[in-house]
Design a protein around this ligand. Structure first.
Ligand code: SF4
Length: 196
């Protein structure tokens, strides 16, 4: 990637996916979001509380995990992105996988924003540990700890990198981005009074 001093977080990319203008307001105009309005991908509950509710040894066995690390800081220098992974699982087949706990119910599909979060985590785990990452897991704690497996293809990771680059572009160039296509998101957006 190009030379840049900008370093974004996975949460920034998720904000971009919600609406690219969030990035402009936060980084270019320095107008923070009100905490209570923050995008719902941010955890509904502290991860420690989630873990308390979750039988992790059962999960570990079920997923073929031989060891794991918790609350892992990961980063990709080349792509100017960093983040925290709830758990990095090291699996019997020699690969690794991120596991994210969501204080949420499973509602028939894994949201796109969750998937992009996992793609970026997979990229950084792969880079940081020099290990193959071809899947990820989400544990829905409000659906009786249901675990969903997500297959990760190289093109998924490439797509996530492209989105991260677009996020960085807004910060670097300060160009006012297009509004989200989904006007329903604007109804209770904290920026609606200044967004034109
Ligand atoms: S009002 Fe709508 S377009 Fe503007 S920042 Fe909020 S969600 Fe995006």
């Amino acid at each position: 990637m190009r030379d840049s001093s900008v370093l974004i977080t996975i949460s920034d990319v998720i904000e971009y996916l919600f609406c690219p203008r969030f990035i402009y307001f936060i980084y270019c105009l320095d107008i923070p979001q009100h905490e209570e309005k923050r995008f719902k991908v941010l955890k509904g509950r502290d991860v420690h509380e989630i873990r308390r509710l979750t039988n992790t040894s059962y999960l570990r066995k079920k997923l073929g995990c031989i060891s794991k690390e918790r609350n892992v800081f990961v980063a990709s220098k080349e792509n100017h992105i960093k983040g925290i992974v709830d758990e990095v699982l090291f699996l019997e087949d020699g690969t690794a996988a991120p596991l994210e706990y969501k204080f949420a119910e499973y509602k028939d599909k894994v949201y796109m924003t969750y998937k992009y979060q996992l793609y970026l985590q997979a990229l950084m785990i792969s880079e940081n540990y020099d290990v193959e990452v071809n899947r990820a897991y989400i544990c829905y704690t409000r659906s009786n700890n249901m675990v969903k497996s997500i297959k990760i293809e190289p093109e998924d990771v490439d797509e996530a990198i492209k989105i991260a680059k677009k996020t960085i572009d807004i910060i670097e160039k300060g160009v006012y981005p297009k509004a989200t296509k989904y006007k329903s998101k604007c109804i209770d957006c904290c920026y609606r009074n200044i967004c034109v």
